[in-house]
Design a protein around this ligand. Structure first.
Ligand code: LIP
Length: 259
């Protein structure tokens, strides 16, 4: 499948999103509101989501499923899955671990992913079968074991207190646990070999889709928390991203989080 045009447009959208993210970062004019689920949203999230919808409709006429606005539902065929700002909470706190995230899924499988960190100007990209890149240089997951390596978990203190056995499992195996907000940021750090894994039961399909393509193309593994395949033809919660080497171990660590 030749997705070179799709990749070009996704990269342009990422750069455009970055301009909006920087404009409202640490700004009192960010239009911060709380959504019905209590999570924050800013004017930048809404503007970027709209920008993605307008461009994708104009270029390809495809459905966009976005965190803030959608033109259709998850399903088979082509779906652009967008999280305009992943890590809105750190974003509004002025912590630069928020990222733009956009994926193209075909028949429930992410085949293209773009994630952009405008603060460090790092553009992560992946297309199925072509590898993963950061600013056009190839990236790869690490080949490390769990002992002596970092695994990222949810930044929610409440969730970690509810299931202390999850982090304890990793520590007992000699691993180290790292916590900060920004799910896509953590996925990209798995893809470039900084962490051996990341998992969370609190993330959605729109948080996971681009990171899924990037981690997979960087040589890693991405599944549900129970190790089964993720299906992006419908909404879901939770995902496990790893370098592959530690995947089975992290499935065991994540067991208390599986409903
Ligand atoms: C958020 C993630 C965060 C996770 C939240 C949520 P949002 O994404 O960045 O790590 O714990 O549940 O998914 O809502 O800022 O796009």
């Amino acid at each position: 499948m030749d997705l070179s045009i799709e990749l070009k447009i996704a990269k342009e959208l990422a750069r455009g999103a970055g301009v909006v993210m920087l404009k409202y970062f640490r700004s009192a004019e960010n239009g911060l509101e709380n959504k019905d689920d209590g999570s924050p949203v800013t004017i930048a999230d809404k503007m970027i989501n709209r920008m993605v919808i307008e461009e994708i409709e104009k270029r390809f006429g495809d459905v966009v499923v976005g965190e803030e606005e959608s033109t259709g539902e998850y399903g088979m065929g082509r779906r652009w899955i967008c999280d305009p700002i992943d890590g809105t909470r750190p974003y509004v706190l002025g912590i630069p671990t928020a990222m733009f995230s956009l994926a193209l899924a075909v028949d429930g499988k992410p085949v293209l992913g773009v994630a952009y960190d405008p603060f460090l100007d790092k553009l992560f990209t992946a297309v199925e079968g072509n590898g993963a890149f950061c600013n056009d240089s190839p990236i790869h997951v690490s080949n490390k074991q769990l002992a002596g390596s970092y695994v990222a978990l949810t930044s929610s203190f409440k969730k970690n207190v509810e299931h202390p056995e999850v982090g304890k499992y990793i520590l007992d195996k000699g691993g180290m646990v790292i916590l900060f907000g920004g799910a896509v940021y953590k996925m990209c750090l798995v893809a470039n070999g900084t962490f051996v894994g990341y998992f969370e039961d609190y993330i959605n399909a729109h948080d996971c889709a681009a990171g899924h393509a990037i981690v997979t193309e960087a040589g890693g593994s991405v599944t549900r928390l129970d190790g089964k395949s993720l299906d992006y033809s419908k909404a879901f919660k939770a995902g496990l991203f790893s370098n592959g080497v530690v995947h089975d171990e992290l499935v065991k660590a994540a067991k208390p989080l599986v409903p």
